[in-house]
Design a binder for this molecule. Structure first.
Ligand code: HEM
Length: 272
């Protein structure tokens, strides 16, 4: 009896596999950087509260931070940073394929937690920016607020498509919400990459300068645009687009790792 010839996957299937491997590589790199962000928030902000010395939170620069006598502003500030850690953690768990496959109930409950914390974190962020007046400048306040408005919009769209059991739409809207929720993390990675990239040219980044403004808007607009290109590459009928997207994602994983390492070294570790 002759053996059946081994089937050879066509070039489009191979390109799609390459794309999904590249996406997984980028995600694992980003996840490491986000764990560092979560760890920093918990390790930096918890001890001052436990020791009853909240002013110790100001041992690192903030926009306003802990302001003695401002009970409402301080509670919004503290709630905002811890909800920031929680929504980042919940978003990470939501994207792990094994959890979606093996524990669908956990995926649904964590999805609700993600959406709720994204909503409350954004609303407390609006309070800090526009009521408390915690602004580096008007342009960056507008950029973060636009990011926040889009978080609310895509969380609502992801929620609606989940209720309608429209899984393909839900995946797209939830990934957009995830990218937007991570805008503040991308901002930190972007500040590090831009700062280090400009250093050899003797250019310093200032919070009211054009480079910071560019990084500020790019921190959520660029990931959102790249995600759109990723969706297009997934559906492309020829191998070219998935191959190019895979190469871009591998390169982005390298940049993400470099930006995350720099954020740990220069932004977070010195304050722990
Ligand atoms: C939902 C995703 C968000 C996360 C994970 C997040 C996370 C954080 C974290 C960790 C800090 C503390 C940074 C530090 O001082 O070390 C912070 C500060 C801040 N966030 Fe957010 N944030 C989010 C959304 C927003 C939005 C949508 C706005 C505005 C509309 C906003 C406005 C602010 C402001 C004004 C501060 C500075 C507070 C101060 O230093 O006094 N955030 N955020």
């Amino acid at each position: 009896m002759t053996e059946a010839p081994a089937t050879c996957p066509d070039t489009l299937t191979l390109a799609r596999r390459r794309l999904s491997m590249a996406a997984a590589t980028w995600f694992m790199t980003a996840a490491a950087g986000q764990w560092a962000f979560i760890a920093f928030i918990v390790l930096f902000f918890t001890p001052p509260l436990l020791h009853g010395d909240p002013l110790a939170m100001n041992s690192k620069p903030h926009v306003s931070g802990w302001v003695p006598g401002d009970a409402v502003g301080n509670s919004q500030f503290v709630a905002h940073v811890f909800l920031g850690a929680l929504v980042t953690l919940s978003g990470l768990l939501q994207l792990v394929p094994a959890i979606r496959r093996r524990w669908p109930a956990l995926h649904r409950w964590n999805g609700r937690l993600f959406m709720l914390t994204a909503l409350v974190a954004s609303v407390t962020g609006f309070y800090l920016t526009w009521v408390r007046g915690s602004q580096l400048n008007l342009s960056s306040a507008l950029s973060t607020s636009l990011n926040g408005v889009l978080i609310l919009a895509f969380v609502a769209l992801a929620w609606r498509s989940a209720l309608q059991r429209d899984i393909a739409t839900h995946r797209r809207q939830a990934l957009r919400a995830w990218v937007l929720v991570n805008g503040v993390w991308f901002l930190r990675i972007g500040i590090m990459l831009a700062g280090l990239g400009l250093m050899p040219f003797g250019v310093e980044m200032h919070y009211d300068g054009v480079v910071f403004l560019g990084v500020s808007f790019a921190s959520w607009l660029l990931p959102l645009a790249l995600l759109q290109l990723y969706f297009a590459a997934e559906r492309a009928p020829t191998p070219r687009a998935p191959n190019v997207a895979a190469a871009a994602l591998f390169a982005l994983a390298g940049l993400t790792a470099a930006g995350s390492a720099a954020a740990v070294a220069f932004m977070w570790w010195p304050y722990l």
